[in-house]
Write a protein that binds this ligand. Sequence first.
Ligand code: IVH
Length: 676
Amino acid sequence: MNQSEAEKKIENLSKKIDEHNHNYYVLDKPVISDFEFDKLLEELIALEKEYPALLLPTSPSQRVGGTITKEFKSVKHRYPMLSLSNSYSKEDMLDFDRSVKKGLNMENDLFASKDVEYVCELKFDGLSIGLTYENGILTQAVTRGDGVQGDDVTTNVKTIKSVPLKLKGNYPPDFEIRGEIFMNKKPFEQINKEREEIGEAPLANPRNTASGTMKMQDSAVVASRKLDCFLYSLLGDGIPHAGHYENLMAAKSWGFKISEHTRLCYGINEVLEFIDHWDHARLDLPFEIDGIVIKINDYKKQQQLGFTAKSPRWAIAYKFKAEQACTKLLDITYQVGRTGAITPVANLDPVQLGGTVVKRASLHNADIIEKLDVRINDYVFVEKGGEIIPKITSVNFEKRDPKNAKHLYAFECPECHAKLVRKESEAQHYCPNENYCPPQVKGKMEHFVSRKAMNIDSLGGETISQLFDAGLLKNIADIYDLKKEQLLPLERMAEKSAQNLIEGIEQSKTIPFERVLFAIGIRHVGETSAKKIARKVKDIDTLLSLTKEQLLEIDEVGETIAESIITHFANPQNKEILTRLQKAGLQFSLSEEAMAKTGDKLAGLTFVISGVFTKYSRDQLKEMIEQNGGKNSGSISGKTSYLLAGDNMGPEKLKKAEKLGVKIISEDNLEKMLEN
Ligand code: IVH
């Protein structure tokens, strides 16, 4: 292939990939499988590597990120980024309509209510962004900042698949489009599930997560966070239509993601109907909204109304009421998590809220307590937002007793009285006494015996507690010294259960290295990273000999994990526990079998497993897929390469697979794929 042929090929491939990205992320209607998509992308990346001069900044290969931004450049907005005034009731909305009509001199028009054309949009709960396109190419993405100037986050925004890097159709040569970057509920829940598995405090809500993600320096991490972006306003010369709604529809045809729920309404009554509908229906959306935005459609009328110092007179936000209650804060107590993370908890005078009685609310961390200035015996407002745990939003200062003293954050662990520590970059306080603090020790043991770790299900949380209190279990290594005679005197411990327990412990000695590595509870080392590390280092001695730089070379290992591994094994107590576990006979190297089984035969393929199997368990099948470089997924989409089907599979799954043209294979087929 010569240079000009390569250029043509790259152009064609990029166009195809852009289209598939649009189908998947904007239209939500994929037409090819994940496997086929990845193949196209791989081909493009290979060509760009061979002909580096042909790599364009708009190439879809650039979406994977990898560029590090040390400091975001501050950029002045071409048009200031204003905010909206808020309204909270039907009356507020009627007032708005009246003042609009007054401003437009329509008050005396008998049919006035039909004459104002309003555009109703969802008020997405994320962070605002301004995107500049020059000749159809995304050249800059700037955050709101203080409204006058914001941060240039172009490299990060380029990783958001629903943001077009290049436009199609008849777009103006130079314009700005503004919208909201947000995170869908599903990926947000997934992040928190993963954090929980490795003992990290959950993130508070999708909005803060999206906004925190935008500030990250490593765009590859941003890419992995699956952010999304709806656009809702156009600015600049040469905007094609005289109405906002028509322009949004035009922007949709250029490739932007415009919400399908945007409506053109005639008169305020239709607006109120729209609001009523979404007040309930919002709970079923895959993302969070905190209200509705109402804008006058006609640009001329917008101009006629103009702006106040802070916001336009031609638009308003209607904010949904979060259910709220006011109650007395009786006490602030502290919880110690498995990793020693301290969470302050508000103990409330029980109050009815959203159909349940609320007695406790999270106070998150010391900064939040400080910011709210909440004190014991204060009356506080509690809200149930999108989050499950209710939160305290403010203090009712009118009802504050001047005797209520400023709250002093705990300085020692409520369980073991060790002095709490707080790392500079973290919001949470920690109890550093990881090997002696009771909830931490018990939590570590519970994690150690859990199903995904050593799978000793005969040793439940209650037994652990009993054995800990009896002084028989002080750390995870003690588990392997337990004798049946020591167990029998325990309450509710019969001969049979004692026997089962001892057998369960014995059996756990065959659990493979990667799970042992996960089980020993190194902070930040989750199931997946433990697997990746085990497969890379092959045995514990190699892992112990690695420097931080060498650790960083392992897939899935970043600064935090690398530092955590080093700190863990630098602790003499942890080292001693490790030596005892080795002596007890646990697996600290990959088995011959595991080494023989690993490979990359299934690299780039995504599998969905469904039904009942005869030769292997579902977990074994999952394992086989992962060990050979494949991915497992829970639901069928255009990205699924194969549906691995057993008996009694749900008819819905089968239908969906057939509809999307996903290949259906049996466990025998999978075996064959691995043999070849
Ligand atoms: S229009 C002149 N439309 O809500 C202001 N804003 O204060 C133009 N937002 O900062 C904003 N969804 O980040 C507009 N459909 C929507 C919106 C929306 C969310 C955010 C935006 C803005 C804030 C309003």
